[in-house]
Design a protein around this ligand. Sequence first.
Ligand code: ZN
Length: 418
Amino acid sequence: MHALVERLYPLCRSITGDGVRATLDIVGEHLELEVHEVPTGTQVLDWTVPREWNIRDAYVKDPSGTRVVDFRRSNLHVVGYSVPVSAVMTLDELRPHLHTLPEQPGLVPYRTSYYAETWGFCLSQDTLDGMGPGPYEVVIDSTLADGHLTYAEHVVRGRTDEEVLISCHVCHPSLANDNLAGIAVATALAGRLREPRHTYRFLFAPGTIGAITWLARNRERTGRVRHGLTLACAGDPGALTYKRSRRGDAPIDRVMTAVLRDRPHTVVDFAPYGYDERQFCSPGFNLPVGSLTRTPYAGYPEYHTSGDDVGFVSPEAMADTLDALWAAVQVLERDGRYQNLSPYGEPQLGRRGLYGSLGGRSDTKQAQMAMLWVLNLSDGDHGLLDIAQRSGLPFGAVAEAAGALEGAGLLKRVGEGG
Ligand code: ZN
C-alpha cells in the first residue's frame, strides 16, 4: 500500500485531466477497472461537467534565471485549474496571485479554483520572505479546454445484487493521506475479496463532481446500495474515526461501531460536510453510506499542505485501516438472523460432538459460550451482530458457532442481520 502511495504521489491530479487517468492506469495494474469518460458540458444533477484541465509546466523565475517557485519540484506550487499565463511582473504585481501559510511558514498550501477562472502559485512563507522586488518571469503552461471527466469502477460480483459501495476521491495532487492512502487501502481491500455474498463496487472518482456524476448516471441503481463507506485520510498516525450515515441507524452504522469497539477510535454523527458522503447522503438519495477516516477531514495540521507527504502516512496505519475494513466486511458477509430449531431446554451439545468440534484449547470456553448465546438468542429476531454485542464475544466466534450449529441441524438461517 505504501509503495502504491509513493508511486502515485508525484502525479498532478485534479478533478479532470491526465493526472487522474495516469492514477487510474496505475490502480488498473492491480485491479480490473472500468474507466468512464464523461464529456465536458454533460449535465449531472444540478452540476455540469467542467472543462478538462491539464498542465505541463509552471514557474516563477527571478532576475537571475532561478526558478524560485517550480511546478516540477512539487505540483502543489500551482493553484489547481489555473488558466495559462505568461508575463513579467514585479513582486507587488505578483503578490495577489501568491498563496502561503504564514502560521506554517515552511509548508506549501494546496489550493484550487475549479469554478472561478483565475491563476496562482502556492509557496512557503519562507520562500516568499526571501523574494526580492523582481521583476519575475511568470509562466503557467496549462490548458483548460473541452474534454472529459474521468472516473473508474471496480466491481467484485457477489452471489447477490445487493451492493456495498466503497468510494474514494482521486482529485488531489501530491497529498498522501488526503486521497492516496484511501486509494491504496481500497485497492488492497478489493484484491482480498473472493466470491463474496454482496457485490462490492469500488468507485475511484474526483471529489464532489465525480460522485455527483456517478450518482447522476446510476440514479436508478442506487437502490441496490445496501451499505457504503467513503474512505479517506486512511494512513495518518491518528486513531480511526467513523462518521455515521445521515440515517444514523443504518446497518453500516451498527457494523462500524461494533468493529471499532475494541480499537482506539471515535464515532461521530453525520454532518453535511467532509468527503463524498455529502453527495451519497444528500436527502434525495439518503444512501446508507458512512465515512471512514483516521484523523478526520481537516483535523490535522498537515491537512492540505506539503506536510501531507509520503512520510506522513505509514504502512502500519494503512494496514490498521485495512484490518478494520476487513473486519467490517466479515460482519457484512456473515451476519444473519437464525432460528433455534431446538428451543425447549438446551439441546445436548456433547452428544452432537459440538463441544470438541470448535477452536483450540484456549478458546474452547469462548466457543462454548458463543454456542450458548447463539442458541439462546436465535429466535429469528436477533442477528449475529446483535448476539456478539450483547454477549461481548467477538463477532467471528459467534459466526463460527452459528455455522457449527447450523451444520448440526440445530439452527436455520431465516434472514439478514437484525
Ligand atoms: Zn482534501
